[in-house]
Design a protein around this ligand. Structure first.
Ligand SMILES: [Zn+2]
Ligand SMILES: [Zn+2]
Length: 417
């Protein structure tokens, strides 16, 4: 390509910020993305980029320079979260109880900006670019959007050779505009379990007439922690977290009829996931049987561990270093327990994923993703324009043996889902 990317970005920068504001005002969740999809397709129409929709109209696939032998996919997730926004921004959510609190508005606007530049230089491209605007990254209602789009053929026709994805972060301890990467595993798998322990309700004064689901639930929670501690290799990190434990309606003198437990399992080893599922069900079954009760059990494999492939990651690093300077391209010091459904594409084809740090503060605090005050520095939309000689990255472990990256080690960036 014979164009100056820095100059091209200058031309679309204001438009990208405006797209992001407009999208931020209309957050939608899961697969219910009518306003978001019509906003994106309107921009694609104006750019004269052909597209189709999938997942009942909640996902979009567009093509630039179709017909080439090689196909690269660029993916942006477009969904928001069930959170009430408290940023006070003039472009804050107009949809009560919904917010772009994970930066997917940023991703969508960035991909639209990329599309505009690539379309302008379409004849100079040496391959086809497939743009994927993906629904339901946050996994509302079980099946994640990446899995469903793959099932509906997003990686076919034309067949995709490799894929690239990005996520933003707001981390004040690290330089804005810097890029973080890691060859897999980089992020954990994300599974969800639902347990219902069914007993027999009774008056609180007559426990002998009850089958107590609270006792069953207490045993289950204890045994889940024991499972994590005693059955899983300590060198293969895994998390089993109970996020919800619910029984009764607040009465002090009633034994309820059932108790519910909801939680998540995270690991970097995709082969561990079926084992953990089986063991959790065994624990639930035993607790219910021990108390003469019954149970219901549901386990959703939401998304796999994120494993960027080596060649594609090295290509990304080389390109990012060329554009941003080596000091702004940083290897994750360790994988993180957050998850990302982009992992599903990497189960199918080679590709890579990176984080872009775009910190912004509210009340002096950089709130993390999924916070009602999550904010992003819009000056980092076009990180290529940042004066990188001003970035101050200092290594306190020169030539680090762990990964060779030029930044201090310690707790990795806070990223969650
Ligand atoms: Zn996200
Ligand atoms: Zn998220």
């Amino acid at each position: 390509m014979n164009f100056d990317i820095h100059e091209e970005i200058k031309l679309v920068e204001k438009e990208i910020v405006n797209w992001r504001h407009e999208l931020h005002k209309i957050p939608e969740i899961g697969y219910e993305l009518q306003k978001t999809v019509s906003y994106i397709t309107k921009q694609l129409d104006e750019m004269v980029i052909p597209y189709t929709t999938m997942c009942d109209g909640s996902g979009i696939v567009a093509l630039i320079n179709p017909g080439c032998e090689k196909v690269l996919a660029l993916r942006a997730d477009i969904d928001a979260l069930p959170i009430t926004e408290k940023t006070g921004f003039e472009y804050a959510s107009t949809h009560p109880g919904k917010m772009h609190a994970c930066g997917h508005d940023f991703h969508t606007a960035s991909l639209l900006g990329t599309a505009k530049i690539l379309k302008k230089h379409e004849s100079e491209l040496k391959g086809t670019v497939k743009l994927i605007f993906q629904c339901n990254e946050e996994g509302a209602g079980g099946t994640c959007g990446a899995k469903r789009m793959i099932e509906e053929g997003v990686l076919e026709n034309p067949k995709v050779d490799s894929i690239l994805g990005m996520h933003v972060a707001s981390i004040d301890k690290l330089p804005g505009g810097s890029v973080f990467y890691k060859v897999g595993p980089a992020m954990a798998s994300n599974d969800k379990f639902y347990i219902k322990l069914i007993g027999q309700g009774a008056h609180g004064s007559t426990p002998h007439e009850a089958i107590d689901p609270i006792s069953m639930a207490c045993h289950v929670v204890q045994d889940l922690h024991t499972l994590r501690a005693m059955e899983i290799d300590t060198l293969s990190p895994a998390v089993i977290t109970v996020g919800t434990l619910r029984a009764g309606d607040g009465a002090f003198n009633v034994i309820p009829g059932y108790a519910e437990i909801i939680g998540t399992v995270r690991t970097f080893d995709n082969t561990l996931r079926p084992y953990i599922k089986e063991r959790i069900e065994n624990i639930v079954k035993a607790a219910a049987a021990a108390h003469n009760g019954h149970y219901e059990f549901q386990y959703d494999f939401v998304c796999s561990a994120l494993c960027p492939t080596n060649t594609e990651t090295q290509n990304l690093v080389a390109a990012a270093q060329k554009c941003l300077g080596p000091q702004s391209v940083i290897c994750f010091p360790a994988p993180i327990m957050g998850s990302e459904d982009f992992a599903e594409y990497l189960q199918e084809i080679p590709g890579t994923f990176f984080y872009l740090n775009a910190p912004a503060k509210i009340d002096g605090i950089c709130y993390p993703a999924h916070s009602s005050k999550f904010a992003l520095g819009e000056e980092f939309f076009s990180s290529l324009r940042i004066k990188h000689d001003k970035l101050k990255l200092r290594c306190n472990r020169r030539n680090c043996s762990r990964c060779g990256c030029p930044v201090p080690h310690g707790r990795p960036p806070y990223i969650s889902r």
